[in-house]
Design a protein around this ligand. Structure first.
Ligand SMILES: [Zn+2]
Length: 502
């Protein structure tokens, strides 16, 4: 039998920094304590750090060595698996190579609810006492469809997260097309985005808006916003998660102080809070929630906030603060939904730093004619060489010669081991590290490019990479120095509230 309310709530505000949290006066405890700093792991990125939070182990032991890593696949297969859903495994529960707090909870017969929290879900290993969902996003696009006003209906197929979403467009007398999908019929208007939420089986819901950009005598042009995939990995279906009154996607472009993007927040803060409150209301013993919007805001705005001209910097800081406040309001709504005795912990996985250089290590392989057999993938600051063979010493010399001017250097297994990151079989045959304020990119482009960007994933010894720790309410708990000590403190919290006892 489940208790009526949780015995522990853990909320990750992805990317939240102690500096911003304190400056904005957010996440204050009932006793008035400001937030503490929480050191990350190497690489200080979402998947490795959350894996450490849940397992109490460094990447070398839990095996999540980057936001993207591979294991035994050959280069062509790795290249083919570019789509977000095909490279989700670093966030999957089954990717952990040592037991996690979640395993202990389920083994003790406790129930767990989770929203967007890495390693609390698996598409391949569902557990009856684990209710969770995860989200992915895909960039917005523009669609041009041949069209004849007053003529026959047209077809629109949108490929998204491995699905082909088929729609019909029916001409109406006023010239606007009617969008038809299954039994839904909605007019498409200019300047007035239409919400589209399509479920695919029980597991997937895909959500975005479509707006009419242009209609001529020959064609219609539609604008699609950033798409959100809601992946249901428990008893609730994707429809239960995504088809309520609050849609998962955002209708507007956020973070306008950086005009060089058209990102719509995915999922929205409002949807995350709604999903979190739904989970809390179901009364699981332990709840894990993650908000990812602060991290997005910082990735798009941190360079402008620190390097922009006076007006741009002020506007970027204001937009970052707005997102922190929206998330803090969501956290407060969740806190208000549980009794004052229930421990509510707010933490984050890493910080943020500005980036002025993008480096593409696969360009080096291209220069050396090695792209057939080998591919680099990995994280922002560290990448691993994957493929069925290693490098000859001549190839390795050539690689180091080409990498040097791009501020890249080879990390030896001993160095990776010293950072707690070396995990046999997942770190490829060779690792590269980018220089300060430089970030690896894995899509097409020049070897080195000057950019105005920001990233996590750098050296956790730098304070800018610190996350946050705060106990909003409940018993006094020790402050863990790093994400690796968090699981022990959460165990202490459950012991003190009697959460372990059934
Ligand atoms: Zn993160």
């Amino acid at each position: 039998m489940s208790r009526a309310h949780p015995a522990l709530v853990v909320i990750s505000v992805d990317g939240a920094t102690p500096g911003f949290a304190r400056r904005f006066g957010l996440f204050r405890s009932a006793a008035g304590h400001p937030v503490a700093a929480l050191r990350s792991v190497y690489p200080s990125s979402t998947a490795p750090s959350h894996a450490s939070i849940l397992t109490g182990a460094p990447p070398a032991r839990h095996g999540v060595v980057a936001n993207r890593y591979w294991e035994g696949e050959d280069a062509s297969e790795i290249r083919a698996r570019q789509e977000a859903l095909a490279s989700l495994h670093p966030y999957d529960r089954l990717s952990l190579r040592c037991p996690s707090l979640l395993d202990d909870l389920l083994d003790q017969g406790l129930s767990v609810g989770a929203v967007l929290f890495p390693h609390t879900f698996s598409r391949d290993a569902r557990h009856p006492a684990l209710e969770s969902c995860y989200c992915l996003y895909a960039p917005g696009r523009r669609w041009t469809i041949p069209w004849e006003p007053g003529g026959r209906q047209a077809q629109l197929v949108i490929p998204c997260f491995g699905e082909d979403l088929a729609f019909r467009l029916i001409p109406q007398d006023n010239g606007e097309p009617l969008l038809v999908h299954a039994r839904q019929r909605r007019p498409l208007r200019s300047g007035e985005p239409t919400d589209v939420v399509v479920t695919v089986g029980r597991e997937k819901a895909i959500s975005f808006t479509l707006a009419l950009e242009e209609a001529t005598a020959q064609e219609v042009v539609l604008r699609q916003t950033t798409a959100v995939l809601v992946l249901a990995a428990g008893n609730r279906s994707a429809s239960d998660w995504a088809c309520g009154p609050v849609v998962p996607h955002s209708r507007t472009v956020e973070y306008t102080a950086n005009p060089a993007h058209d990102f719509h927040e995915s999922p929205s803060v409002a949807w995350t809070t709604t999903a979190a409150l739904d989970v809390v209301a179901e009364g699981p013993d332990v709840v894990f929630i993650r908000y990812n919007q602060v991290d997005h805001a910082q990735e798009f705005l941190y360079w402008q906030a620190t390097h922009g001209d006076r007006d741009t910097a002020a506007e970027a800081r204001r937009q970052i603060e707005t997102v922190y406040r929206q998330v803090a309001d969501g956290v407060d709504a969740v806190r208000a939904a549980v009794p004052a005795t229930c421990p509510v912990v707010v933490l984050s996985d890493h910080g943020i730093d500005w980036v002025d250089t993008h480096v593409r290590p696969n360009r080096i392989l291209a220069e050396l004619g090695l792209t057939e057999d080998l591919v680099f993938q990995g994280d922002s600051n560290v990448c691993y060489l994957y493929g069925k063979r290693g490098l000859s010493s001549a190839e390795r010399d050539a690689l180091e010669r080409l990498a040097g001017p791009a501020r890249i250097r080879v990390l030896t297994p001993a160095e990776l081991r010293a950072r707690g990151t070396w995990h046999e079989g997942r770190c490829g045959t060779l690792a590269l590290q980018s220089g300060p304020h430089a970030e690896f990119q894995y899509h097409q482009g020049r070897l080195v490019e000057q950019v105005r960007s920001a990233s996590h994933g750098f050296d956790p010894r730098l304070h800018v990479m610190d996350g946050i720790w705060q106990v909003l309410q409940g018993p006094d708990l020790p402050t863990p120095p790093s994400v690796v000590e968090v699981a022990d403190v959460l165990r202490t919290a459950l012991t003190r509230t009697g959460g372990w006892k059934r």
